[in-house]
Design a protein around this ligand. Structure first.
Ligand code: TPP
Length: 467
């Protein structure tokens, strides 16, 4: 008796510490079987490499020397935000209050299903080994960042031969900071890294990795006249199908929409999701394009102010590139949010801005913008500046693929000759005005991004935010 009490106290202590996952065994047969669904989830699901890889080698072209390297990465796989978590929980209550046996694709709910949000403290946070629903979940934000760090070393480790002390910059969202810390852990203890947590509060103004947060001028609804036209009949069809299979269940179109997010975040937290199997392929394509459309008109080329928002960070990276000869530091690593990366890519011009996406139908020939390809959880954008003989070049790699600048790619490895690149960049930022367009002065008097240059003296250590 005494022994069993001791054991249960011990077990409770270990569970609280989050170290020993007690409970159901891992579902080995299911984990890893749903990766083909990741690209349809609007970037909310686990990381995958850019599917539009043109076949260009990631290797440094023959005879060239890397002069400077930047990385801008998204945090890793996470639980839903507070607001999305509340929405998913509402749909879960509807299902969990259903008193009959489930039929059809909801039958899995008959089998002892455990809702994947077990603790509201997990909301907004990375998924980790400790907080996963399944002991073998391979898609945690923690593991993604550590694996990324190892791959990063395999690819660019030579850049650290003469530089073992350096900073890594993270926006002050807790999940972003935690991802940077997992990445640092993954790099290993041969480095002396100082993690600089740069405020993403509105008051940070221009000195931020998350310009979107310092942009009161940004209006989520600015292009709703276009977005409202997108046909969402498929959501009603899903709800009808599930209600027909399960008499008395009253799912709405909005519940159907929520199920896609449930699928994505459950994959991050458990490693598989039976909810993902509710949808037909057509429905996944409809949903996925809806995500592309929204993102294009809220944070991409479809919203005219975005070029200005992305210019805040793009201008800073241009300044670093131009200083490569005088900067001792060769590698600049930063972590932020998906929207900030999309804003940055929009200013660079790496997302097609010649064709505005249509809301009238799902386009195939005219759509190269797939949100999930650019910003899955754990997304990573590299800027490489390298010298070959007497010339220097710049190119971008997104999620393991070289993605050339459409009008400037005649250099080795489809890179852009550096002076051509600076001319190109000047045109991209011409007419942009982050401070004015965003009305930054209404929330902050900080008008310049300085953290890459003054981190030695300022030491950024901002309060972490769950946002
Ligand atoms: C230009 C711009 N300003 C403000 C916003 C408002 N906004 C919505 S989400 C978000 C931060 C990103 O949050 P989330 O979608 O949860 O991305 P994640 O942290 O998962 O990368 C911001 C700043 C925006 N999307 N775009």
């Amino acid at each position: 008796m005494f022994k069993s009490v001791v054991y249960s106290v011990l077990a409770a202590a270990l569970v609280n510490a989050g170290t020993i996952p007690l409970g159901k065994l891992a579902d080995v047969a299911k984990i890893g079987t749903q990766e083909d669904i990741f690209p349809f989830l609007g970037g909310a699901g686990p990381y995958f490499s850019f599917p539009g890889d043109y076949g260009i080698s990631r290797d440094l072209p023959e005879g060239c020397e890397m002069k400077q390297l930047h990385m801008l990465a998204r945090h890793g796989e996470r639980y839903p935000t507070y607001s999305k978590g509340a929405t998913i929980t509402k749909t879960w209550y509807k299902l969990s209050n259903y008193t009959r046996q489930f039929n059809g694709s909801l039958s899995f709910l008959n089998d002892d299903y455990e809702f994947f949000i077990r603790d509201n403290d997990d909301l907004e946070m990375e998924t980790t080994m400790a907080n996963s629903n399944d002991v073998l979940n391979p898609y945690t934000g923690e593991m993604d960042a550590k694996r990324h760090a190892r791959e990063f070393l395999a690819q660019y480790g030579y850049m650290f031969e003469n530089q073992t002390s350096f900073p890594i910059f993270a926006a002050s969202s807790e999940r972003v900071h935690d991802t940077a810390q997992y990445f640092i852990d993954g790099l290993g203890d041969q480095f002396n890294i100082s993690l600089q947590t740069v405020s993403e509060a509105m008051s940070a103004g221009a000195n931020t990795l998350s310009a979107g947060n310092a942009c009161p001028g940004w209006d989520e609804d600015a292009n709703d006249d276009i977005l409202d036209k997108y046909d969402t009949t498929y959501l009603g069809d899903i709800a009808k199908r599930l209600n027909k299979e399960n008499k008395g269940l009253n799912l709405t179109s909005s519940d159907a929409n929520t199920l896609f997010a449930w699928c994505a975040y459950e994959l991050n937290a458990r490693g598989y999701s039976d909810v993902c199997d509710i949808f037909t392929r057509d429905e996944l394509v409809h949903y996925s394009y809806g995500q592309d459309l929204t993102s294009f008109y809220q944070d991409g080329p479809g919203y005219d102010m975005i070029r200005s928002v992305g210019a805040n960070l793009f201008n800073a990276t241009l300044k670093l590139l131009k200083q490569s000869e005088i900067q001792d530091q060769k590698v600049w690593l930063s972590f932020t949010h998906d929207t900030d990366i999309l804003n940055y890519l929009t200013t660079i011009g790496i997302i097609d801005d010649k064709n505005n996406l249509t809301a009238d139908y799902v386009p195939f020939m005219d759509n190269t913008f797939h949100k999930s390809w650019y910003v899955p959880q754990g997304a990573r954008v590299y800027t490489e500046k390298f010298q070959c003989s007497n010339s220097t070049y710049v190119r971008y790699a997104i999620n393991d693929a070289v993605v050339p600048i459409e009008t400037c790619s005649t250099g080795p490895g489809f890179s852009c000759e550096v002076n051509d690149f600076y001319d190109y960049a000047e045109k991209r930022v011409a007419g942009t005005d982050f401070l004015k367009v965003c009305n930054v002065s209404s929330v902050s008097n900080v008008t310049e991004l300085t953290f890459y240059w003054d981190w030695h003296t300022t030491h950024y250590n901002d309060t972490l935010l769950k946002q």
